[in-house]
Design a protein around this ligand. Structure first.
Ligand SMILES: O=C(O)CCC(=O)C(=O)O
Length: 280
């Protein structure tokens, strides 16, 4: 492991997160955003497919698939997880300009049904993530907690699937604002306490959350969901490995994603009083 990778891992082990990581140039981030927004415009009348595009961009847009395989992204994930890395999921967290949407304090791995915590998220800013636009907030060291109880609120403005919220007091005074310029990323542990507030700016706040895991992870129950191989090899076969998108917003890929959403939702909403419609 080179020096940058070993200091990244040391910071991650101490705090449960690292940022900022320079991944894309501002121009590359703008191109990615433009590709996403062209896709959103094309699907404006189709709520279901629009939801799929936002929840599974790397399965439907070759540009986002390439983001998950970007050498700087994969190197950061491999520094934490080792040489074999899968993309378990990709999802966009979008807060429209001047919107009340927020994310309550939570730990990611609470409802994903995975058997351990060999997972890391790289969250890539596609527009400025500032305090005013509702950047994420992280509580340093909170990743050392096990998964703590969460309560479901299904709050209308909460971007999380179940509106899940940590049922313990979070010391917000300790929280760090994760401000990022377009093209920069943060990296966080699946047990880290994190949240984000509303967007009070005139621009959309857009982040692509890419979830990487080791192939040794497995679902505690339920069907094998679809993942992509980011680097190395899968010697376990716990998940179904899928290739990159066939083409941009391909009908066959939409069908495959729809089937995978059904598999994932049986896991995500296990024990919930109602089914939500978001992706985390
Ligand atoms: O984008 C946000 O504000 C929250 C994202 C988040 O909770 C995550 O990526 O795990």
């Amino acid at each position: 492991m080179n020096h940058i990778a070993s200091s990244l891992k040391a910071d991650y082990e101490r705090d449960g997160f690292v940022f900022p990581l320079d991944i894309l140039s501002a121009a590359e981030a703008a191109d990615l955003r433009a590709d996403l927004e062209a896709g959103e415009a094309a699907l404006a009348g189709d709520r279901k497919r629009l939801g799929m595009l936002r929840g599974y961009p790397a399965r439907l847009l070759p540009s986002f698939d390439r983001l998950t395989r970007h050498p700087a992204m994969v190197a950061a994930a491999a520094a934490i997880l080792g040489p074999d890395v899968l993309v378990w999921g990709s999802g966009l967290f979008i807060k429209e300009a001047n919107s009340p949407h927020y994310v309550s304090w939570h730990q990611d791995l609470t409802y994903w049904g995975l058997d351990r915590a060999d997972e890391v998220t790289l969250w890539v800013a596609l527009s400025p993530a500032t305090v005013a636009s509702g950047c994420m907030r992280f509580v340093p060291g909170s990743h050392r907690e096990r998964i703590l109880p969460h309560a479901d609120s299904f709050g209308a403005d909460n971007l999380l699937s179940r509106g899940q919220e940590l049922a313990v007091a979070v010391d917000e005074a300790q929280a760090v604002d994760v401000t990022l310029a377009p093209g920069q990323a943060s990296l966080h542990h699946g047990h880290l306490f994190h949240a984000s507030g509303p967007n009070t700016t005139g621009d959309r706040r857009i982040g692509a959350a890419i979830r990487y895991i080791t192939p040794a992870m497995r679902a505690r129950s339920g069907p094998a969901t679809e993942v992509a191989l980011a680097t190395g090899e899968d010697r376990f076969g716990h998940f179904a490995i899928v290739p990159p998108p066939r083409s941009r917003m391909d009908a066959a890929d939409f069908a495959a994603v729809a089937a995978d959403i059904e598999r994932r939702e049986t896991i995500l909403y296990e024990g919930a009083a109602e089914a939500g419609n978001r992706q985390s």
